[in-house]
Design a protein around this ligand. Structure first.
Ligand SMILES: [Zn+2]
Length: 325
């Protein structure tokens, strides 16, 4: 990895463009901000714009650049506000236009795979390889209504999982979701790949419909700052989160059974019960052609709001609370 076109905007704050060694990434420059504290401490890496329409997350990554003062910072903060640069001005949902892959589910990647796989590998093993803390900001794509929730990856190691849950609790979320250890087996989110490396990371979500809303921006910004404070990178104290999150240990997706139009009156944040009909599919004649039922009892973490859906498209994300909570 090299840093090109470096400009020091003020002492300890550098705007730079990252380039990577993989031939698949030749010519690809990734804007990045490096903030170096005057005292030693941990390294925090923050990404946004893996999904480019999740603009409250991107706005938060922009605001965070002005939220750390080198004179008051212990350690360093590196921020990539838009990971999926090829998608940015295309407003592409989910995918990287170069190879049609979803960066979010391609970690840890590989240096000799496709563009997306090479990018994931470079982010993980070059840019963030020395990161003690990693935060990937998301939420609210063009057709999504997303509640405030934070994911972390469970591994089965109770001590490490407790640390990651504590990191997730820095965000003022309604739900904290510990992803099932089964995710560790295949390509997946950056936080999952980090957990496989024995490292930490969290993935907060908030927002809707490709709109910058101040509430979601503040949720992301305050959560990252609280995390930095928790790990002694900045002075505090910072106010505790106002919400008491429901902790979930399973994350289920409910998919559309057929092509058609989805009708639903269920919103993100609502509780649903196993087997409850949460959506109905109809055709252009208004004839009901299928239904979506809740796969288990839990809470709607997000839902798709555009009615036109393909068979197999995920329509709802459901978090199932830890038993006995
Ligand atoms: Zn996303």
């Amino acid at each position: 990895m090299k840093r090109t076109r470096i400009s020091e905007v003020s002492r300890g704050i550098v705007h730079t463009y990252l380039t990577f060694d993989s031939p698949l990434l030749r010519g690809y420059e990734l804007p990045c901000v490096e903030i170096t504290g005057e005292r030693p401490g941990l390294r925090l890496c923050v990404t946004a714009g893996v999904h480019v329409n999740e603009v409250s997350a991107i706005e938060a990554a922009v605001r965070l650049q002005g939220s750390f003062s080198p004179s008051a910072l212990r350690g360093s903060v590196s921020i990539i506000p838009v990971v999926n640069q090829p998608a940015l001005y295309e407003h592409t949902e989910y995918m990287c236009p170069i190879d049609g892959k979803n960066i979010n589910f391609s970690f840890p990647g590989r240096p000799d795979g496709t563009f997306t796989e090479a990018l994931c590998h470079a982010l993980l093993y070059e840019w963030a390889v020395d990161a003690d803390l990693f935060v990937d900001l998301h939420g609210g794509d063009l057709r999504e209504e997303v509640s405030k929730f934070v994911m972390f990856q469970r591994t089965g190691d109770a001590d490490l999982d407790a640390v990651r849950e504590e990191m997730a609790r820095c965000f003022d979320a309604n739900f904290v979701v510990g992803l099932e250890p089964e995710h560790l087996g295949g390509p997946g989110r950056a936080i999952t790949a980090r957990a496989r490396m024995g490292r930490h990371g969290v993935m907060p979500e908030a927002g809707q419909h490709g709109v910058v809303d101040s509430d979601s921006v503040a949720y992301h910004v305050q959560g990252v700052l609280r995390l930095a404070w928790l790990y002694d990178m900045i002075e505090g104290p910072l106010p505790s989160p106002a919400r008491r999150p429901t902790v979930c240990d399973r994350y289920l997706w409910a998919r559309c059974p057929v092509d058609g139009f989805l009708r639903t009156s269920v919103h993100s944040g609502e509780q649903v019960t196993r087997g409850q009909r949460i959506g109905v599919m109809h055709d252009v004649f208004g004839i009901v052609i299928g239904e979506i039922v809740a796969p288990d009892t839990g809470y709607v973490l997000w839902r798709m709001t555009h009615p036109v859906m393909r068979a197999g498209d995920s329509a709802f994300g459901i978090g199932c609370p830890v038993q006995g909570q």
